[in-house]
Ligand binder design. Structure first.
Ligand code: NAD
Length: 332
């Protein structure tokens, strides 16, 4: 049995769906069901004997402790978070609550549980913290990609809250011996993502004939990872990752935002041509830049490649096509 938190959000739901397509091991999902969650994506698992859902928050120590006693998981994968940078700028409270205080509470409950385990159950237990490349801060064009040894330089309330959570995870390993592993991942895309995030927002606005709002001059660079590749990487970490280590997970696809949008428009021009002719790229509209907008993120993923044998299977061309086809199927 594994315990997943935040499994009703984008990456968590993909993780759970992929898990049950490959495993029979039971899984329990603890999710607070915030605006970012969507239970529809997991509806088909309701009848499964191996899937359990618990509504609640990682900030609730009694609940988390009771669930750990009840389900006796061999691992915890902590996806639960507030995850949207723009929201963290307009109101940071929930980010501090969940990403810092929630992670702290989850760590305390996990340590109590871990300390009661014995023998191989204790040896094999893992706490996996899902984090982001944003904690490393902004890179310049010529800077080398961030490695696991790069210092944390978070710039937004979101990345600062994730960085704080990660530091607590590290401390619970170093101070108390909790067998933790932290993964830092680049931007994910694929099925089930909330419409407020760049790629689904652009696809949806294209199809609605709305302007495509692009921050600044569109030159900001992100690395993009297809969400199924993230799942595969996390399985490699769960199975073979070393206690106390951190692993970067990325797609080897550093792309300017304007190129991401242009590629979406070009693909939609082919797959779903506009009724009145013209290109979806005519809808692109530059808007005032986000406050403190980091210029570039990029991760060196050689450690996970060399030590755990994982590398991404999708490139951006193949992954974005799959993603757009999935959204088109959904609206038909
Ligand atoms: P998401 O916003 O889509 O989903 C988050 C989920 O967590 C939701 O189901 C929500 O209900 C749940 N949640 C929020 N607060 C909770 C709480 N206090 N207790 C229990 N559940 C709670 O996020 P996502 O995009 O799926 O990201 C998952 C994780 O991966 C996050 O930790 C995020 O920081 C990290 N990450 C995301 C990306 C990305 O591109 N989306 C990239 C790197 C890392």
């Amino acid at each position: 049995m594994i315990l997943v938190t935040g499994g009703s959000g984008f990456i968590g739901a993909n993780f759970i769906v992929n898990w049950f397509s490959e495993n029979e091991e039971p899984l329990v999902n603890l999710d607070k069901l915030t605006y970012a969650s969507n239970q529809e994506n997991l509806k088909h698992l309701k009848k499964s004997d191996n899937y359990f859902f618990e509504k609640g928050s990682i900030e609730d120590f009694s609940l988390v402790s009771a669930l750990l006693e009840k389900y006796q998981p061999r691992a915890i994968v902590n996806f639960a978070a507030e995850s949207h940078v723009d929201r963290s700028i307009s109101d940071s409270n929930n980010f501090i609550q969940t990403n810092i205080l929630g992670t702290h509470t989850l760590l305390k409950a996990s340590l109590n549980y871990f300390e009661k385990l014995k023998g191989s159950e204790k040896d094999n237990f893992r706490f996996i913290q899902i984090s982001t490349d944003e904690v490393f801060g902004s890179l310049k064009d010529k800077d080398p990609q961030s490695s696991e040894n790069s210092p944390y330089f978070p710039n937004s309330p979101y990345s600062a809250s994730k960085a704080s959570g990660d530091h607590l995870v590290r401390a619970w390993h170093e101070t108390f011996g909790l067998p933790t592993i932290t993964t830092n991942c680049t931007n994910n895309y694929g099925p089930f993502q909330h419409e407020e995030k760049l790629i689904p927002l652009m696809i949806s606005y294209c199809l609605k004939g709305k302007k495509l709002p692009l921050y600044g001059d569109g030159s900001n660079i992100r690395d993009w990872l297809y969400v199924k590749d993230h799942y595969d990487a996390l399985c490699a970490v769960l199975n073979n990752g070393a206690k106390g280590e951190t692993y970067n997970i990325g797609g080897n696809n550093e792309i300017k935002n304007i190129e991401v949008i242009t590629q979406i428009c070009n693909l939609l021009d082919d797959l779903y041509p506009k009724k009145n002719g013209g290109s979806y790229s005519d809808q692109i509209s530059f808007v005032e830049d986000r406050l403190g907008h980091d210029y570039r993120y990029g991760l060196d993923i050689s450690k996970i490649k060399n030590e755990l044998g994982w590398s991404p299977k999708e490139n951006f061309d193949s992954g974005i096509k799959k993603t757009i086809e999935w959204y088109l199927k959904k609206i038909k």
